[in-house]
Design a protein around this ligand. Structure first.
Ligand code: GLU
Length: 487
């Protein structure tokens, strides 16, 4: 009988979701889905000093907008509830005591001050700090009386004195470490809560997790977890450590250094689907060059053996590209809906928003750029007449003046101000004048916007501005060209 694949996303509620953390959630979810297994959400909040209010909601919200649905978790419960570690607090101590009994753990009464002194001594000598096992040899009686006297204590894992520990990682292969290099890490803290290092092992075992998927920063601690599984006589799960995510300059992504969290990206006008698609490829590759994948498609084709171990570069330019692709693929109606708040933010005049959305859809990569890109619709600013001159469009000031002058009566006569009818009227005029399209459309676009680059062409802009404003701006252009003294 093959075991049901069970993965878990085990975030600590810090108040924001780091891009790398979201990628872990995504890969864990995909591995569960691709194997027809279950995906569990577990909140790791045993670090009571670092709790942030509302942080758990950020986690739910993020998973929801990304479409990453958990099968078990604090909000929906499940057969292994509770799924919040602080609510499981009493589960861990008996396991730690079992380890003490078996000789794999011990009580430690060392004070913060003593440890701090030790740390400083190590640093002064240029050694890395490691607990010196001061409390390892305490007799049972001494331990008992000190606990009874109310002395604070922690419980530490006792690492083997010699030998090596080897584990297999599905991405990084076999990894072996010398046991003498492993520190006697804390399992239960003085406040009674387990450390992450202990709780993750206990919970992964109790929740029947088969695949532990997480960032490669946990690789170095994994031998210690393996020793815990071994001490309990439990089966070690399949480890899938994910490559580091770095910036194009090779440095690590960090919120402190101002790098965007998932929420920042959403607030900036990136689409969750585009972010998810990009993250899927940050450390994994399909067996083709294709880059655009929906979550539903990824759920079918994702595979552990195509996860890479070399660092993946998180490139904002590439994310922009993905976002633009997703925006272009939307229906005009759907795009209008998500663009509307941004259009309203940029607009100070009363113009129909649907034609604006249509105009900008193909030229928008990130929604937050919309307000700036449509500013020219509010008012015609002063502009340099030289923007009428365009070599490729074969325009100069004289041609521009002639084209604009010829366009006025044609546009005045137009009763249907739709894009189709504007298109027909202007192209008929081009044919009549015997000029190139650009020789009419470039001057019109320039006169309507006053900008050298616009998120739309002459016809789209005219349709948005309406008849009166279009004619007003064209006449301004004609006047300015005439009075320039250059034509
Ligand atoms: N709570 C840990 C974190 O937020 C989980 C690591 C793991 O997946 O084991 O990074």
């Amino acid at each position: 009988m093959s075991l049901t694949v069970r993965t878990r996303y085990a975030p600590s509620p810090t108040g924001y979701i780091h891009i790398g953390n979201l990628r872990s959630a995504l890969y864990e979810y995909l591995i569960a889905r691709v194997h027809g297994g279950q995906f569990v959400l577990r909140i790791e909040d045993t670090d009571q000093e670092r709790l942030v209010e509302g942080a758990v909601d950020v986690i739910y919200r993020t998973l929801k907008i990304c479409g990453i649905k958990h099968d078990e978790g604090p909000d929906i419960s499940g057969p292994y509830a509770p799924y919040v570690q602080s609510e499981r607090k009493d589960i861990y101590l008996p396991y730690a005591k079992e380890l003490i009994k078996k000789g794999h753990a011990y009580y430690c009464f060392c004070s913060k001050e003593r440890l701090e002194k030790l740390r400083m001594e190590c640093e002064a000598e240029g050694r890395t700090f490691r607990y010196d096992r001061h409390c390892l040899g305490l007799s049972e009686e001494e331990v008992k009386s000190r606990i009874e006297a109310g002395e604070p204590y922690v419980i530490r894992q006792k690492m083997p004195d010699e030998g090596t520990t080897t584990f297999h990682d599905a991405v990084y292969g076999d990894i072996t470490v010398d046991n003498k290099d492993l520190e006697d890490q804390i399992l239960i803290k003085s406040d009674g809560y387990p450390t992450y290092n202990f709780a993750n092992v206990i919970d992964d075992h109790l929740m029947n997790i088969t695949h532990v998927v997480r960032g490669s920063e946990y690789l170095s601690s994994t031998p210690k977890y393996c020793l815990l599984y071994e001490a309990f006589g439990w089966e070690v799960p399949t480890y899938v450590h994910l490559p580091l995510i770095v910036k194009p300059d090779g440095s690590k992504i960090s919120k402190r250094k101002g790098d965007a969290t998932f929420e920042d990206l959403i607030n900036d006008g990136y689409l969750a689907e585009a972010i998810v698609n990009y993250l899927a490829l940050l450390g994994w590759s399909p067996d083709s060059n294709r880059e655009i994948f929906s979550l539903a498609e990824l759920e079918k084709i994702f595979s552990i053996d195509r996860i890479s171990k070399s660092p993946s570069v998180f490139d904002m330019a590439k994310l922009r590209w993905f976002n633009g692709e997703y925006i272009r693929a939307m229906t005009p109606e759907a795009f209008h809906e998500i663009a509307l708040p941004w259009i309203k933010k940029g607009l100070t005049v009363d113009l129909p928003t649907f034609p604006i959305a249509r105009m900008i859809q193909n030229r928008t990569e990130v929604l937050s750029e919309i307000p700036q890109n449509i500013k020219f619709l509010n008012e015609l600013e002063d502009y340099d007449l030289n923007i009428y001159v365009h070599k490729k469009m074969k325009t100069d000031l004289k041609i521009s003046l002639d084209s604009l002058t010829a366009a006025v009566p044609v546009l005045e006569a137009l009763t249907d101000w739709s894009e189709e009818s504007l298109h027909e009227a202007l192209l008929n005029l081009v044919a009549k004048l015997g000029i190139k399209n650009g020789q009419l459309l470039w001057p019109v676009r320039t006169a309507l916007s006053g900008w050298e680059v616009t998120p739309g062409g002459a016809i789209e802009i005219a349709a948005v501005l309406g008849k009166d404003e279009t004619l007003r701006r064209i006449r301004i252009g004609i006047d300015r060209l005439k009075s320039s003294g250059q034509v």
